[in-house]
Design a protein around this ligand. Structure first.
Ligand code: BT5
Length: 327
């Protein structure tokens, strides 16, 4: 039995016991390991923040569970068809996107989710970095293998933006906006970022990584002052913390639902849902496309999700990737 399966089994026994004691013998039978090995597992759960009482003749009793994103907690009553059918948790890793790249290359089926409590090399787009302190936020990546052409990979960026925005509204009870193509804002401040990466041949996607970082319970003093855009967290917007477990489960369910919709009905309903969160139409913006910059009025979006920009000379430019800044 793997480590995370043992944790899942122990936590399930605790849940069923409903705050009563579970004997060491019972746990060791369920895991198929010695009492000493059980003691070790309990020690690891304690290190993760679980408060577990041990009483010689009675066994173990769960007093309090922390808001950690162990696979056993995230998958509890998750009920998704594809996304999250396997969840891998790290207390710390370099970048969850890099972990999913490894799984993608090794041929693992789509739907696996990697979550880290902290990242020491969290990545943003174009070589930028994503601040990822422990204990407060969500850093998650999903492996997908959609049967679509590589040029349609950006559809999944819109899909994950809709999923994050809906989850922010449902669990955070605040109103999000999306900034083309992929930032999630609340009151004009950046709450979440998406980093979607692709491994493809000319006409076929081998796999796709949906990277999602959401600032959930990060406090004001944890933000540096040199960020590109003003940033925020759900804690700062609401004045009270959100459950990371609840947010994560809702996000995975929403992603699962939208991915099912995309496979059945294509991009149109995803695009329509995304547009409900987009409020830049008619605004003057500057778009940084790395090699060059464009200024113009946002005329809308193309069918493929491209940003349609009306330039000063009257021409309309289709932008496929870049950084948009309202003027
Ligand atoms: C993004 O990049 O917004 C994509 C961020 C994706 C992060 C997730 S976490 C799970 C997965 N694993 C990874 O390694 N990455 C993904 P970009 O648009 O380039 O924004 C990056 C810029 O946002 C940085 O240069 C900072 O200025 C700012 N920033 C960094 N950390 C931030 C944070 N926690 N909250 C708000 N802004 C931040």
């Amino acid at each position: 039995m793997t480590h995370s399966h043992s944790q899942a089994t122990i936590l399930k026994l605790f849940r069923e016991a409903d705050r009563e004691f579970v004997s060491g013998a019972r746990i060791s039978a369920a895991l198929g390991v010695s009492r000493t090995a059980v003691w070790k597992q309990i020690g690891q759960l304690r290190q993760l923040g679980y408060q577990i009482e041990a009483a010689p003749a009675k066994g173990y009793r769960l007093l309090q569970a922390p808001d950690v994103l162990l696979a056993a907690e995230v998958q509890n009553e998750l009920g998704t068809a594809c996304i999250g059918r396997e969840v891998v948790f790290y207390s710390e890793t370099d970048s969850t996107n890099l972990r999913v790249h490894e799984l993608g290359k090794s041929g693992v089926a789509e739907g696996v989710v990697v979550i880290a409590d902290a990242q020491n090399a969290g990545r943003g787009r174009m070589g930028r970095s994503w601040l990822s302190p422990p204990g407060v936020n969500l850093y998650l990546s999903v492996l997908l293998r959609p049967a679509i052409a590589p040029r349609h990979a950006c559809h999944l960026t819109f899909l994950s933006a809709v999923a994050v925005a809906r989850t922010v509204a449902a669990v955070g009870e605040v109103t999000p906006q999306v900034k083309w193509p992929n930032d999630i804002l609340v009151n004009g401040r950046k709450l979440a970022g998406l980093l979607n990466e692709l491994d493809a041949e000319t006409d076929r996607i081998r796999y796709l990584v949906l990277g999602i970082g959401v600032n959930l319970n990060m406090a004001a003093e944890q933000f540096p002052d040199d960020l590109r855009y003003p940033a925020t967290s759900l804690l700062l917007e609401r004045g009270e913390p959100v459950s990371r477990q609840r947010f994560t489960r809702t996000l995975l369910r929403t992603l699962d639902e939208l991915y099912g919709l995309y496979r059945r009905s294509g991009f149109a309903p995803i695009m329509a849902a995304w547009q409900a969160y987009f409020d830049l139409v008619g605004r003057q913006v500057e778009v940084d496309c790395q090699e060059y910059r464009l200024r113009g009025k946002v005329a809308g979006l193309g069918e493929d999700g491209a940003l349609l920009l009306e330039l000063a000379d009257g021409r309309t430019e289709r932008v496929l990737a870049g950084d948009v800044r309202p003027l």
